[in-house]
Ligand binder design. Structure first.
Ligand code: F6P
Length: 552
């Protein structure tokens, strides 16, 4: 396929379009009776089991998806990413988050330079710094140890670290390492978030970590100034050097802000914001809270999936299979949304993180060459842990719209409870739902069944479930730091696969710029109106009316 040809113009895409007709006549209820099919749709790697037998696919669908992958030059694109080619062409950048978790002796190049030693230089710096903070050898301005950390950042400089922190909190080994320490996040510029983030904290024992790739994001910089004030107001200006550090690619602006460059932890333009949790963005706050060795295990888990993704044939390659199935659901079956349903409260912040990784990466309107796309890309991601979600939005998933679901479960709970007299443990109770829901969605419940159960006639339509609703199940051994790293990398690569097949640039985010520049015009107007009484002008009637009322 020539690089300027859209994927939808290839015979492989058209073949899949035609194949939808074959699938329309199938029902998962029948497909699930084929044991050979089911067996071939379960794959396993490094303790993780993927079962995609409840997707609306038959073996020829998979063959056709692999042919589509070939037409999209998927293998070549994956290799280009690992080889450090500038695949983020609109920003002229390599995409090398895999280098962030590469073993010390690996060689990964960007601009002809092996970046792995740079990565390890910062990791070593973080290890040393976090040990000093945790051991109390680095103390605050009044000589007290810093036991609490507030990480200030937004978007990719917040969501990934929050997801990992929330998950690690319940892992006994990690929790033990975090005893007596607190890690909080401040993302929203809403003053309520500021108040919440420092409520009950003492500036004398708090370290503020300002996390921003660009060090220009309006919300983060205002929040950073507010917390600088919080520190210097209580402890004097000199205290900033002891109580504030930064993570950024822009060390010049870090210094200008007043943070000693010696206390800044670098990363690089080849790390996209939403792919940055394995850089100092996540590694620093998480190491301060849990210690570097725990975070190292998280990086190892991600690295294991990186190697699998890079070297495993597509038929057994978990991120590739997931990515191709997403393309099938979105572009061929016409299901635009995806529910992420972890049966683990520890993964409560996983869906919000994946929302950014997926929707900021793949919500694009043009091909990587700038050609408007005649098909839609990206998925609408949302989710909640089970079983909570079951009592919230599952009604719509069962009897309303068709939304492919990712069920994520863990085999062993990190915090098992065995109540005397209960038939099953809490975790078994949770997992009973994890195993039951995919079948409920796939099989549904036919009117005849209800009739045989003597359901009154007038209720039969209401109690009928059409079924044939696709889902997939991912089963993890447990949820320790290593498994959390694996899960993260599986989704990151899956999203890249989708973008590679659609032929878009999954690594830029121009769509967030317009809102930012309009907000800066409003900010200017608010400033002028408040300080000089300048009337609101230059906006449409709607905005003028609302702004004027707001200023009253
Ligand atoms: O929302 C847009 C965005 O640029 C994200 O891609 C990024 O994660 C976030 O803002 C924060 O950016 P920074 O780390 O530069 O403050």
């Amino acid at each position: 396929m020539a690089s300027s040809t859209l994927i939808c113009d290839t015979p492989q895409w058209k073949d899949l379009k035609a194949h939808v007709e074959d699938i329309k006549n199938t029902h998962l209820r029948d497909l699930m009776t084929d044991s050979d099919r089911c067996k071939s749709f379960i794959t396993e790697f490094d303790g993780i089991i993927l079962d995609y037998s409840r997707q609306r696919v038959i073996p020829p669908t998979l063959d056709k998806l692999f042919q589509l992958a070939e037409a999209a030059r998927l293998k070549e694109k994956i290799d280009s990413m690992y080889n450090g080619e500038k695949i983020n062409s609109t920003e002229n950048r390599s995409v090398l988050h895999v280098a962030l978790r590469a073993a010390r002796d690996k060689v990964i190049q960007s601009d002809g330079k092996n970046v792995v030693p740079d990565v390890w230089h910062v990791l070593d710096q973080i290890k040393e710094f976090s040990e000093r903070i945790r051991s109390g050898s680095w103390v605050g301005a009044t000589g007290k140890a810093l036991k609490d950390v507030v990480a200030v950042g937004i978007g990719g400089s917040f969501l990934g670290p929050l997801f990992v922190h929330t998950a690690l909190q319940t892992d006994p080994e990690a929790a033990e390492c975090a005893k007596g320490r607190q890690l909080r996040f401040l993302a929203n510029v809403d003053p309520i978030d500021v108040a919440r983030s420092v409520a009950g904290l003492n500036p004398e024992t708090t370290l503020v970590v300002v996390v921003s790739k660009t060090f220009t994001t309006a919300e983060t910089m205002l929040n950073a100034r507010t917390l600088r004030e919080w520190i210097s107001g209580a402890l004097g200006h000199q205290a900033v050097a002891k109580h504030m550090v930064a993570v950024s690619t822009n060390l010049t602006l870090v210094e200008k802000f007043g943070i000693d460059p010696a206390n800044a932890f670098a990363f690089w333009d080849w790390v996209g914001g939403r792919y940055s949790v394995c850089s100092a963005v996540g590694v620093l706050p998480l190491s301060l809270q849990y210690g570097f060795p725990v975070v190292q295990k998280f990086l190892n888990g991600a690295e294991s999936i990186d190697d699998h993704f890079h070297s495993t044939p597509f038929e057994k390659n978990i991120p590739v299979l997931l990515g191709l199935l997403s393309v099938w659901n979105v572009s061929f079956l016409g299901y635009p949304a995806r529910a992420i349903l972890p049966y683990s409260q520890a993964l409560e912040k996983f869906a919000p993180h994946i929302q950014q990784v997926s929707m900021e990466s793949n919500g694009k309107g043009v091909s990587i060459d700038g050609i408007p796309l005649p098909f839609e890309t990206g998925e609408i991601d949302f989710g909640e842990p089970g079983t909570n979600g079951q009592h919230s939005f599952y009604q719509l998933i069962h009897q309303g719209r068709i939304i492919p679901c990712d069920f994520i479960g863990v085999m062993r709970s990190q915090q098992p409870i065995y109540l005397k007299g209960e038939v099953v443990s809490n975790h078994d109770e949770l997992m009973s739902n994890f195993f039951a829901q995919p079948d409920a969605l796939a099989y549904g419940k036919a009117p005849e069944q209800l009739f045989n159960e003597k359901v009154p006639n007038h209720l039969i339509p209401h109690k009928t479930f059409l079924g044939n609703r696709p889902s997939l199940s991912l089963l993890l051994p447990t949820l320790n730091a290593y498994n959390i790293g694996q899960l993260l990398a599986i989704y990151e690569h899956r999203i890249a696969v989708e973008g590679f097949v659609w032929g878009i640039n999954s690594f830029d985010q121009w769509g967030v710029e317009l809102g930012k520049s309009l907000a800066s015009q409003v900010r200017k107007q608010l400033h002028l109106s408040r300080t000089k009484g300048t009337p609101v002008e230059g906006f449409n009637l709607s905005t003028t009316t609302l702004l004027s009322r707001y200023l009253e």
